[in-house]
Design a binder for this molecule. Structure first.
Ligand code: HEC
Length: 173
């Protein structure tokens, strides 16, 4: 029986293209994995906040829109604290009053429909009291009482800490 050997030309051809072909296949697989991960991330609209398995905070299930709203409010609060601290450096009472007033209940308007009912009552109460603290900060700063403004701000920040220790957001089923 005669065995058909590949011609020397064909062999050099294969040798020349085998390694690039394998590399191209690996690259294609990596790109496919990368793209599929990107798609999963885009699909997730919920909070991507990591929490450990031993996380004892109570979950607060909300719709994606409500999660967006709450987290947006949170970032506003952080910005307000930063603004007040900066104004505090130059004892700029007017700036403290303006910044704090923007976080007061009167300035926040009504929350999106259904959000209030979805929040645990203790969570909602803490949130309300926090907003009231900002009103007190604004009033104290307006009166020129920096020490009192500081005390109300401390009371507000204690609520940031307490609520963050107690709750985390999840996506409602
Ligand atoms: C009534 C409850 C409550 C209060 C009060 C509260 N937070 Fe939050 N905050 C939350 C929850 C719940 C989350 C989401 C945490 C999670 O899911 O891990 C959050 C998240 C945040 C985030 C992350 C936002 C994001 O985009 O991921 C910031 C920043 C933040 N809070 C700032 C503040 C500051 C500053 C204060 C006080 C001035 C404050 N919060 C008061 C409940 C609260």
């Amino acid at each position: 029986m005669t065995q058909v050997e590949p011609s020397p030309e064909l062999r050099t051809h294969i040798e020349k293209w085998l390694v690039p072909a394998i590399l191209a296949a690996i690259l294609a697989v990596l790109v496919a994995i990368y793209l599929s991960q990107g798609r999963t991330q885009l699909k997730s609209t919920g909070p991507n906040i990591a929490h450990g398995r031993e996380d004892a905070r109570s979950p607060v299930p909300l719709t994606p829109e409500h999660v967006d709203h709450v987290l947006n409010e949170m970032r506003g609060l952080m910005t307000a604290l930063s603004g007040i601290q900066t104004a505090r450096l130059s004892n700029d009472l007017a700036a403290i009053a303006t910044t704090a007033r923007l976080q007061s209940p009167a300035a926040r308007g009504t929350p999106p429909s259904g959000l209030r009912q979805s929040l645990p009552s203790e969570f909602a109460a803490m949130s309300r009291e926090l907003r009231n603290d900002f009103t007190f900060v604004a009033q104290a700063a307006q009166k020129g009482d920096l020490a009192l403004a500081d005390r109300h701000l401390s009371a507000a920040m204690a609520k940031c800490v307490a609520c963050h220790e107690g709750y985390r957001l999840t996506l409602a089923e």
